[in-house]
Structure formats: C-alpha cells, structure tokens
Write a protein that binds this ligand. Sequence first.
Ligand SMILES: Cc1cc2nc3c(=O)[nH]c(=O)nc-3n(C[C@H](O)[C@H](O)[C@H](O)COP(=O)(O)OP(=O)(O)OC[C@H]3O[C@@H](n4cnc5c(N)ncnc54)[C@H](O)[C@@H]3O)c2cc1C
Length: 333
Amino acid sequence: MTTIHKFVSLKELHTFRLPYSAQAVIELTVADDLVALEDDYYVLGEGSNTIFTEDFASSILRVAITGYESYETESSYELRIGAGENWHKLVVKTLEQGMPGLENLALIPGSVGAAPVQNIGAYGVEAAQFIRLVEAWDRQHKQFVTFAQSECCFAYRDSLFKQQSGRYVITYVSFSLPKSWQPNLSYGALSNLSDAVTATEVMNTVIAIRNSKLPDPAVLPNAGSFFKNPIISRGYFTELVVRFPNLPHYQVDDHQVKVAAGWLIDHLGLKGVTCGGAAVHDKQALVLVNKDNAVGADLLCLADTIKEKVQSEFAIKLEIEVRLLNNKGLISI
Ligand SMILES: Cc1cc2nc3c(=O)[nH]c(=O)nc-3n(C[C@H](O)[C@H](O)[C@H](O)COP(=O)(O)OP(=O)(O)OC[C@H]3O[C@@H](n4cnc5c(N)ncnc54)[C@H](O)[C@@H]3O)c2cc1C
C-alpha cells in the first residue's frame, strides 16, 4: 500500500547524504495509486544520482514497486521488472538463473526504474541494448503509457525520460536477453579475459574493478560520476591533442570525440581539493564526495571551481551528470 510520511530527512534517501529534508515522502508500491495521487512531487528511486542541496519544499515520490516476472522464447529470456527493484540484485539474479547479458552493468547503484532514465552504462554496455518496453504513468496526460525501445530516444546517458524530465513515472521495465550470448570485452580492463569466459566471471571482474576504483557510497557518500564525459568536435579534438597527447578519448562518430572528464580534472591537479566538507575524490577525479559533513553550498562551490578551471585550461564546458535540486526542484549549474 502506498504510504505518505511527513517532514522526512532525505539524508538516508540519497547517497551523497546532505542533511536536508522534504515536506513529505510518498512511498509508492502500487502503480495504480498514481491515478489518485496529488500531482506535486519529485520522482526518486534510490537517490544515487540525485543530490538535495537544500530542504525540499514539496513531496518526494519514492518508487518502490516490486515485481519480477520472466519467461523464455526460442531466442531470448524476457523479463518484466518492477521499477523499485534494485538494479544490481537484478543483474545477480538473472545470472544465477542462467540468463546472461547484464553482467557488464553489475554494481551500478540504483533502481531498475531509473536505469532507462539516463540509460545507465558501463564497460562498453548500455541498458538500452536490453530494454524492450518501458511502462510509465504520463503525468501530463494522466494516463498509463508503454514505450517500445525505439520510442525511448536512448543515447549516451540520455533518453526521452531525461529529456522530458519529471513527466513520466516509470513503473515497470521489460528486458529481452538474447540466448545467443557473447561476452562484451571491448572495454580496456576486460580485454584481458579469454573469449571462453562465463558471464558470471565477467560480472565478478567488473565488481572487482569497480570496487578498486570507485568509493562505496555506504562508506564515503557520493553520487558516482559528477560530470559527463564531454563530447567535442573532431576539429577541436585535433587541436587539443597536440597540447595534451595523453588525453584519453573515444570516437563517437566521424565528427565527434568523447574525452575523459576525469582526466581533465586530474590534469589540473584537483584530486583531493575541497570546498568545506565536499571534496574531489583522491583516487577518481570524476567523483565528488561528501568527505566531512558537507552542505549544499560546499558542493556547489566545488563544482563551480572545477567547471571554471576546466573551461579556462581546455575551453571545454563540463555538464553535470547528477541531478541537483534546490528547494523547488532541479537546478543546472
Ligand atoms: C558509486 C556510483 C557509481 C555509479 N556508476 C554508474 C555507472 O557506471 N554508470 C551509470 O550509468 N551510472 C552510474 N551511477 C549513477 C547511478 O547509479 C544511476 O544513475 C542510477 O540509474 C540511479 O538510480 P537511482 O534509483 O538511484 O536514481 P535516482 O538518483 O533516485 O534518480 C535519478 C533520476 O531518475 C529519475 N527517476 C528515478 N526513478 C524513476 C522512475 N521510477 N520513474 C521516472 N524517473 C525516475 C529521478 O527523477 C532522477 O531524475 C553511479 C552512481 C554511484 C553512486
């Protein structure tokens, strides 16, 4: 049953753990309850990509719809999963049940419902490759809708649900995992694995790499990559690489190149730099951490400092990957 709690601390509801609260938190467990809910809320999953920089003046809708249905066809395993299920648990469960495909996406924090929003990706794989359908409540037209994969406008860390932020509440996501499985070892750190590797071995390798590189939010509060890897024109990249021959990059298409935001920040010597209680992680420059009881202003000051320095040295405008909220809703910096 959907429940409403008044004046709730948000500290435990987002992984950056800033000390703010919301007027109310609605715990949504039944999709049909959306029809009758007063439409004045911000949608939240597990809060691993969301940072509250102030007390939030309205309600938070926490999507906690559970459910795991599966069946197989001749060529694929088909799944329909409640948006409130945990993503990593889904990855583990599919592998335990002999359904490979999601192993490269192991240990990405967050809920299944948030996975299509920014089209989560890691180690050469994106969720969009496996998503077949997304079921959602359309807040604008007040009706339930179902999107086929091709209608979701998936791109790098992007989708229809992100472009029309706040319009859809995702309730269920359906995945199709082809039985003709091949490991995806295209990402550098996985390329040492043999082609005979099993999906579980790939998952365990991904988990080990992630644990060695990324701070665990339960130990050191953070929201993963704070900035997106910027995409620049091939022409500008050609100029830049003369000055910075070691700049890690990835060709997006004939005209665009994606460069590593973490390298840009690291190159400026910003690892470990702090503003109040917020800091650039000392091992992974793309991750900002709540090192010592940070407040929203500390984080915004740190993010501004990084953006200004990257702009001035590389003439590249960094964009944030996380969702930042002030007391009214999403903000951009
Ligand atoms: C340590 C760490 C590592 C990470 N590594 C990766 C990585 O490798 N790759 C990657 O892609 N991401 C990564 N992330 C980011 C994060 O894991 C993903 O963005 C994840 O999908 C967020 O899930 P969530 O449930 O916590 O989303 P939230 O933070 O709760 O929400 C994120 C956005 O999705 C919206 N949303 C959430 N649920 C729903 C819903 N049911 N319906 C509609 N909108 C919804 C919210 O409104 C918000 O805009 C990392 C984060 C951390 C902390």
